[in-house]
Design a protein around this ligand. Structure first.
Ligand code: DGT
Ligand code: CA
Ligand code: CA
Length: 575
């Protein structure tokens, strides 16, 4: 991983925090904080300055010792000084510093006197009334600490995109209908298609005297109002989701949309590019001296930097700005590019609709083909198919294919990858199928090496087309199992098989970074719904969103191919 200035600044800040909790010399602490400030404000990457042989001690706030630390961090990604401090004080102690009423001095007392190491322990001690007894605390502080922890917990709760989408749709619709409203747009992480969102950021333009802010306060799902003003209103909905609505001037709309779409890292990089050209970029516009030169549209903001509009899903400061400058932005995949769905269940295993219903619903969605992939024998809890039932289903699919127009059904199976990496059915049984989708549904707790070897072995079986939901994670419910996806991706390339991006909004693995990695290796991704009922096809949009965050283009995705092309590609994985 390349080390950026922000990483270095972050390490310096952490060192300062630790030193402060230890009660070290204030001058030393200040030196680290100054250095962090100086590093994060630099226009050039330190990495490049060092490569060019520049003397870092010429930078403000950087003496010999700190320059050496910068070299160390650039070389190793971390600083020994920080590691040493972390051994003495748990990292979670630092989190307590972020509460508004706790400075380093108080955190030091909590840690030393009550051995409190993290926020949950802090909350517990506060509830038991143990904190008020400490020197310099008192009952009022104790209560303030508890309140702060509660607010924080609320703030840190993130919402899956699928639970937020209906709210967004209904809220946008509601606001658009208010008299005088011209434009309503959602920004923030929602617009960037992140898999979860912390809160919603909505922007509105309206004619003067439009009652839009007042009407927003009457929206029926509101639980309480956090702030209400003429240009910004913040509320918490009954679901617990926070919504911020901002009323902006039309001349600033593009700048506000750019700013509030984020990500923050992307914005910082954009602002810095502006500074290099003598431009000030903020949520109101782009300014040269005091004169506004852009901001009515988002494109106009990027244009002042000679950049094309960068799709929101890419705005994570992961190379998108450089790609834009070099006219190498990807032509991101769109929902309409998806021609079929290669992971579908029916009543025969644990789905809720029949084969014919699933096929007809797919056709209504505009899909050209689907693959039926029931669970295999050993997944009894999900109605796994034994060989005779599989043959029965194959016959049924062939009969349906003869009668259906406009949609073709492929014969597949979601086969269990057993603990030793073999598959749940024999080669001769699998050979009858068009595709085999391998899955891990058991032994989630194997150590990294074992789990990886297990899956690699499965991928090496003669009949193996695709690895389903490659990490098994369920957002907020189950962590990914330990697996080395880099090796899995290499294997997929070597073997010519495919990886699934599972569109179920709880899953959405592959994640964006691994999509990018697979693309770089030339491994095709299949964006599947893993449908268990006809409405699950609607989830494909979430998979496409994640794929866009992973820079995927139409050509990087298996199920954008025509049926004939797809059959050819699948055949290569079978036998
Ligand atoms: P979330 O809500 O946690 O899922 O993530 P975002 O990205 O929606 O973050 P949020 O709601 O805190 O702020 C929306 C955008 O506004 C964020 O992506 C970038 C921009 N923004 C907010 N605060 C700052 C800031 O302090 N500096 C900069 N440069 N941008 C900011
Ligand atoms: Ca947000
Ligand atoms: Ca926000």
């Amino acid at each position: 991983m390349p080390v950026h200035n922000t990483d270095i600044a972050d390490i310096f800040e952490q060192i300062a925090d630790f030193l402060e909790i230890q009660g070290e010399n204030p001058f030393r602490i200040r030196a680290y904080r100054n250095a962090a400030h100086s590093v994060s404000g630099l226009g050039t990457e330190l990495k490049e300055m060092v490569a060019a042989g520049e003397d870092l001690t010429r930078l403000p706030g950087i003496g010999k010792e700190l320059a050496a630390k910068i070299h160390e961090i650039l070389d190793t990604g971390t600083a020994k000084a920080l590691i040493k401090l972390q051994q003495r004080i748990p990292k979670t102690v630092i989190e307590m510093l972020k509460l508004p009423n706790l400075g380093p001095k108080r955190v030091r007392i909590l840690f030393r006197e009550l051995k409190i190491k993290n926020l949950p322990q802090l909350a517990k001690a506060a509830r038991k009334g143990r904190i008020r007894a400490l020197e310099g605390f008192g009952q009022k502080t104790e209560k303030a600490i508890l309140d702060a922890i509660d607010t924080r917990a609320q703030k840190e709760k993130r919402f899956k995109i699928v639970t937020v989408k209906p709210t967004v749709d209904s809220l946008l619709d509601y606001l658009k209908k208010v008299p005088g409203v011209n434009t309503v747009a959602v920004a923030g992480s929602y617009r960037r298609c992140r898999e979860t969102v912390g809160d919603l950021d909505i922007l509105v333009t309206a004619r003067q005297k439009s009652p839009v802010m007042r009407r927003f306060l009457e929206y029926d799902a509101i639980d309480r109002i956090l702030a209400s003003g003429t240009t910004r209103t913040s509320v918490i909905l009954r679901s617990g989701l926070q919504v911020d609505v901002r009323l902006v001037q039309p001349a600033s709309f593009g700048a506000a949309l750019q700013y509030f779409t984020g990500s923050q890292d992307h914005n910082i990089a954009i602002r810095r590019l502006g500074q290099q050209r003598g431009l000030k970029i903020n949520e109101y516009g782009v300014y040269r001296f005091e004169k506004q030169v852009a901001g009515r549209t988002e494109a106009s903001v990027y244009q002042t930097l000679d950049l094309p509009l960068i799709p929101p899903e890419l705005r994570e400061n992961r190379g998108e700005i450089k790609a834009a400058a070099e006219s190498r932005l990807p032509q991101l995949i769109e929902l309409k590019d998806i021609k079929g769905d290669l992971h579908i269940h029916t009543l025969a295993s644990d789905g809720r609709n029949s084969l014919a219903e699933m096929a007809l619903a797919a056709k209504r969605q505009g899909l050209k083909y689907i693959a039926i992939t029931e669970h295999s024998d050993r997944l009894k809890v999900a109605g796994g198919l034994d060989p005779p039932r599989l043959i029965q289903q194959i016959d049924e699919i062939e009969r349906l294919n003869d009668n259906l127009k406009g949609i073709q059904i492929l014969k597949g199976l979601e086969v269990e990858i057993l603990k030793d990496g073999t598959l749940d059915l024999s080669d001769s049984e699998l050979a009858r199928l068009d595709l085999v989708v391998g899955t891990v549904h058991s032994h989630f707790n194997l150590p990294l090496e074992k789990q990886t070897e297990r899956i690699l072995r499965a991928m090496d079986q003669p009949y193996f087309s695709m690895l389903a939901h490659p990490t098994g994670r369920l957002i907020d419910e189950r962590d990914p199992y330990q697996v080395d996806l880099t090796r899995i991706i290499h294997k997929a390339r070597e073997r010519g098989c495919f990886l699934e991006l599972n569109s179920n909004p709880k899953r959405l693995d592959l994640t964006d970074i691994y999509c990018q990695m697979a693309k770089a290796e030339g491994v095709l991704i299949s964006i599947n719904s893993d449908a268990h009922s006809i409405d699950a096809y609607n989830d494909l949009v979430f998979g496409v969103g994640q794929a866009r965050r992973g820079w995927l283009e139409k050509n990087d995705v298996l199920n954008t191919r025509s049926l004939a092309q797809l059959r050819k590609l699948l055949k290569q994985t079978m036998g």
